[in-house]
Design a protein around this ligand. Structure first.
Ligand code: AMP
Ligand code: GLY
Length: 415
């Protein structure tokens, strides 16, 4: 089977590493890929958000399955264009990917499907939103569209919320704004492989979104993750599948836009039960890096079955133990990452069970240098979260570039 993987981040390196182990794979291509992915796939320098470019590559390389990593190609309609060729795609059509691309749309789906979430009001008018916000107490203000982690403000007072409304209202993503009830509790990422109708859960995981230890500093794309995050019992997870994933899939199918790909529910575990804070239409990054190390099953037939609407309703075979992933970020990340620094120590030696996934890296004259905000995810699998954490920290210390930033407390509070 000939597979094309779109994307070039840590998530895609982990997917490439896992897909490369499949006995069903005959050729793996990645676009654009990265220097880490090159070890597993033939990388092609095309823009993965351009449907025509992806269609040309799918035809030229006689691709049997397209796997889409990031959200941008989904929102741009790449899955639609490739499906129109009759080629199976793991990744939803643009109309279903709106569940990530528009928070107002996600609320509409959740309301129609009866999925537990925070109450919210949607506004088109900034002044109307600001005066509604000023009246209330603690509230969460969200821009409707994709805003690269900068579209949400958790406000402590009405005045702060009104100020956030005006700031988010200036963003392109802020054409519509949401005022949302503020919930509290630990957060959990639950992802499912979906075939339009069925949902197979991956192990639950936890991301660490703030830049600095102790959940301080600005929001980022994610500074580290671990799995499994045992914050819910198996029964409670099954309830999330039944009461969050399946009704959402039914509602999208009822609208004529079945969802085939990875559905990611960002949950807050409130005293009243799990509530959905957001949906993503793709796998998480850096969650995928640790999840790929946790899954014993062959990934390729699962992605193909999801793409073809033919998943078998059974849980995945988990691996014993736990995985922890620590993101090494460039200096200046997230506001203004400085890049171009040579990276030392990528060759290890690392203990067995340790993997370094590339994200923002580039090869210049044979030397791997930094090229983006999140540069690498250093991952380790061991018999417990604590042991995996210690190994990941040790490996992270050995991979060096000037000004690198990483958190020391990833998974430190894992139950
Ligand atoms: P989102 O992009 O919607 O997941 O929001 C980003 C972060 O804002 C989440 O990970 C939460 O930490 C926080 N957040 C979002 N919605 C709420 C809410 N209704 N109540 C409290 N915190 C929230
Ligand atoms: N790690 C959070 C995300 O992928 O959205």
């Amino acid at each position: 089977m000939r597979v094309l993987l779109l994307g070039g981040g840590g998530r895609e390196h982990a997917l490439a590493w896992k897909l490369a182990q499949s006995p069903l794979l005959t050729a793996l291509f990645a676009a654009p890929g990265n220097p880490g992915i090159e070890a597993h796939a033939q990388c092609r320098a095309i823009d993965p958000t351009k449907p025509d470019a992806v269609v040309d590559l799918v035809r030229a390389e006689r691709i049997d399955l397209l796997v889409v990593g990031p959200e941008a190609p989904l929102v741009a309609g790449v899955a639609d264009a490739v499906r129109a060729l009759g080629v199976p795609v793991f990744g939803p059509q643009a109309a279903a990917a709106r569940i990530e691309g528009s928070k107002a749309f996600a609320k509409e789906i959740m309301e129609a499907a009866g999925v537990p979430t925070a109450r919210a009001q949607v506004f088109r008018d900034v002044e109307a939103a600001a005066s509604a916000a000023a009246k209330g107490g603690p509230v969460v203000v969200k821009a409707d569209g994709l805003a690269a982690g900068k579209g949400v403000v958790v406000a402590d007072s009405g005045a702060e919320a009104a100020e956030a409304v005006r700031a988010l209202g200036r963003l392109p993503a802020g054409e519509r704004l949401l005022l949302e009830e503020r919930l509290s509790g630990p957060e959990l990422s639950v992802m499912a492989l979906c075939d339009g109708e069925r949902a197979v859960l991956l192990p639950p995981s936890q991301d660490h979104k703030r830049l600095l230890d102790g959940d301080q500093g600005p929001n980022t794309g994610g500074m580290g993750a671990y799995a499994p995050a045992r914050l819910l019992s198996d029964d409670a997870l099954e309830a999330v599948r039944r009461e969050v994933m399946l009704p959402t899939l039914r509602e999208l199918a009822r609208r004529g836009t079945p969802f085939r790909g990875a559905l990611y529910a960002g949950l807050m575990l409130t005293p009243q039960g799990p509530r959905v804070l957001e949906f993503n239409a793709r796998l998480g990054d850096p969650e995928t890096q640790v999840l790929m190390m946790q899954t014993a099953d062959d990934l390729l037939p699962l992605l193909l079955a999801a793409a073809n609407g033919a998943l078998v309703d059974r849980p995945l075979t988990g691996r014993l133990g736990a995985s922890v992933g620590i993101v090494l970020a460039a200096p200046g990340y997230p506001e203004a990452p400085r890049t171009g620094q040579p990276i030392a120590g990528l060759g290890g030696p690392f203990p067995e069970g340790t993997l370094v996934f590339h994200a923002g890296t580039r090869r210049v004259d044979g030397q791997v240098v930094t090229s983006g905000g999140r540069v690498l995810t250093v991952c380790a699998r061991a018999e417990s979260v604590a042991a995996a954490r210690a190994e990941a920290l040790e490996a992270a210390a050995r991979v060096q570039f000037e000004g690198r930033q990483y958190r020391q407390d990833i998974a430190a509070r894992a139950p």
